[in-house]
Write a protein of this length. Structure first.
Length: 298
């Protein structure tokens, strides 16, 4: 199937309710095994690449998550999709021959997000909206499990995903070769404004409960989410930073679309944490903080 085209999203999606708050569940679909250096470089790119040949007994286990948001009017919203269940048995089948061999994945089929939702009594068809922080393979692998959903991307991400040779930037085109609707937030319309410390934000449902904030750099169209909970906010940072420690040591990852825009997004994240000390901040691949997360936040 040929890739569809993402259409522009310039208006909030339906279902918003004035004053709404949301709850959410962190869902870990697998672990990626590897050294710390490519995730937080302390030297050159060559040093990070050489670390991939280091003793595997010293490698760390990085989570590959998704998040389930419960909205009182919209229903169930997914953030990213995690890895497809097929990756547990043959990574090349879903990730392709290059990326399927490059990454070392630790996963059981029942860890797939669709399986975890079924265990909660939720059918994958019940997911009507999926917000993609970005389209790298570990976030888009299971798009085919949620075919009733509208997928919301950040501006520029579809072009990066569909570009020639995008596999070398971490994208797998066949992940989007399914009959679903892709909508790309346009971050320069009149409905886009600043929020807290972020220069560009989009109120996804028009009620302030789920705000998308533009945090490019890791990928061209990367976006994070600010959720309004009861009494505080939660910031789902995606891969804008791999771990909360990055906000302190500022060590970049090996693979970036643009370092300048990544550092600009990093500053916005740092300021947000400083000005909102009560907020819960979650980075997608934080191997230290993930085991401490609760099953559900509201």
């Amino acid at each position: 199937m040929a890739l569809a085209e993402a259409t522009r999203l310039t208006q909030p999606l339906p279902g918003g309710q004035e004053g709404a708050t949301v709850a959410f569940r962190p869902l870990n679909s697998a672990h990626m095994l590897g050294p710390l250096e490519p995730m937080a470089m302390s030297g050159s790119r060559l040093k990070a690449l050489r670390s991939l040949r280091s003793d595997r007994s010293e490698w760390l286990r990085f989570p590959i998550p998704a998040f389930l948001i419960e909205h009182p009017g919209v229903g169930l919203v997914l953030v990213d999709t995690g890895l497809h269940a097929s990756v547990a048995t043959d990574p090349k089948q879903n990730l392709g021959p290059l990326l399927g061999r490059l990454y070392t994945i630790e996963m059981e089929p029942e860890q797939a997000v669709a399986a975890q939702l079924r265990a909660l009594g939720i059918a994958p068809r019940d997911i009507k909206v999926v917000v993609m922080t970005h389209m790298h393979m570990d976030h888009s692998s299971a798009i085919s499990d949620f075919t009733e959903a509208t997928y919301v991307l950040g501006e520029g991400e579809w072009d990066a995903f569909s570009a020639p040779r995008s596999t070398f930037n971490g994208y797998v085109k066949k992940h989007a070769a399914v009959a679903v609707e892709f909508r790309e937030v346009v971050y320069d319309t009149r409905l886009v404004n600043s929020y807290s410390t972020f220069g560009r934000s989009f109120d996804l449902f028009g009620d302030g409960s789920v705000r998308l904030v533009y945090t490019p750099g890791h990928s061209r169209g990367h976006q994070s989410l600010i959720l309004r909970l009861e009494g505080r906010e939660a910031l789902l940072a995606g891969d804008a930073v791999y771990a909360l420690a990055t906000l302190d040591h500022e060590r970049r990852g090996l693979f970036l679309d643009d370092e300048h825009t990544w550092r600009r997004s990093l500053r916005e994240l740092q300021l947000y944490r400083r000005e909102n000390p009560n907020a819960l901040v979650i980075a997608s691949h934080d191997h230290e903080r993930w085991p401490e997360l609760e099953a559900r936040y509201e």
